[in-house]
Ligand binder design. Structure first.
Ligand SMILES: Nc1nc2c(ncn2[C@@H]2O[C@H](COP(=O)(O)OP(=O)(O)O)[C@@H](O)[C@H]2O)c(=O)[nH]1
Ligand SMILES: [Mg+2]
Length: 336
């Protein structure tokens, strides 16, 4: 790990390409934290509108500073309420915040359920908090990648802390949470099923456990179950994820959660773990970006309807698919 040092980006790496006038008009206010520019930039990246890649190239040198907090758990566990409470706390300490909600069941804006709207309303007049819901359907380039790019834009806008809320259900969500530096898994008592039945993947990614709705019966039981699971599997980094009990709707346990987050941050810094995490995360992202780019290139080279014709030929046994793919890839390698 020692060979990885965070260095200031050399000037040669700063983007000097030809940013269009329009893009420059977006980048400048965005870098100084302007909320409208931020909103436009995020939309552009999310929709993959023309210029999105140029925009991210221009913004990248200013990224890497924000703390990214991922919060995941079943629907209704109190994730939004918890995010709201954390946002309030950190704003009191003058940290600027970006929130990304990747939760189709309770988006903060646009078709928002009333509850979230009301709760988050406090923040709408505060320019120190920027809240964005991600469209989860038909997201281009994969939900995890788009979310990562949106986080990059928020990071470049100078937000100190980025919170990503996602429902802990599928692989997409696990991938999203992986880009967080710190992952909080939120459980609640009496979920109907036991902790054991929660997706193993979600349990494994927790840096901190929260048992929310601890005002309800059964919080101790959930805690015992988590501890039992922890006893079975030690982490590579020897961190034992703390378990924090909260009543998010009343702000109870928020101080403890903030302390747990700070302690994990310190732990990460001490052992160079933060750097190691980032390298691992980028390794994964680079592979995904490469896969997308290569696929895109292959698509652009294949004439309309070509894949369907190939498929028909494979079915008719006129071609074997293995040679076919080899040929397409070989052709890609020859073209620029
Ligand atoms: N009793 C109780 N209700 C809570 C608590 N935290 C949140 N809630 C309520 O649970 C519901 C779902 O919360 P929400 O934050 O939208 O959950 P999410 O789907 O995980 O984002 C809301 O009605 C909240 O007011 C808590 O600690 N105790
Ligand atoms: Mg929610």
């Amino acid at each position: 790990v020692a060979e990885f040092q965070i260095q200031p980006l050399p000037l040669s790496l700063l983007y000097t390409g030809t940013l269009t006038h329009n893009l420059q008009l977006l980048v400048d206010p965005l870098r100084s934290g302007d909320a409208r520019a931020l909103a436009r930039a995020i939309t552009m990246v999310e929709n993959r509108s023309p210029g999105w890649a140029e925009l991210l190239k221009a913004l990248f040198p200013q990224t890497g500073r924000a703390t990214i907090l991922g919060l995941t758990g079943p629907p209704g566990a109190g994730k939004s309420t918890l995010v709201d409470q954390l946002a309030k706390h950190y704003r009191k300490h003058s940290r600027t915040i970006g929130i990304i909600a990747v939760d189709p069941t309770s988006p903060y804006t646009g078709g928002a359920i009333l509850g979230d709207r009301i709760r988050m309303q406090d923040h709408f007049s505060d320019p120190g908090i920027y809240i964005r819901s991600m469209a989860t359907r038909g997201s281009l380039g994969g939900l995890a990648r788009t979310t990562a790019d949106v986080a990059t834009v928020l990071d470049a806008s100078g937000r100190d802390l980025i919170m990503i809320e996602t429902v802990g259900v599928g692989q997409d969500e696990v991938d999203i949470v992986r880009l967080a530096g710190i992952t909080i898994v939120i459980l609640v008592p009496g979920m109907g099923d036991d902790v054991q039945s929660i997706k193993a993947g979600i349990m494994e990614i927790a840096d901190i456990f929260v048992i929310n709705k601890s005002d309800r019966e059964g919080a101790e039981r959930v805690e015992r179950e988590i501890r039992a699971l922890q006893a079975l599997a030690a982490r590579n980094d020897h961190w034992t994820p703390p378990i924090v009990k909260t009543v998010a709707s009343e702000g109870i346990g928020i101080e403890e959660l903030v302390t747990a987050i700070a302690e994990y941050e310190t732990y990460l810094q001490k052992g160079d773990l933060a750097l190691q995490h980032k390298v691992e995360s980028w390794q994964q992202r680079l592979v995904e970006m490469l896969r997308d780019a290569l696929l895109e290139k292959a698509r652009s080279q294949l004439a309309e309807g070509r894949v369907a014709r190939y498929a028909a030929e494979v079915v008719e046994h006129k071609r074997d698919p293995y040679t076919l793919v080899e040929e397409i890839v070989a052709k890609l390698a020859r073209t620029r």
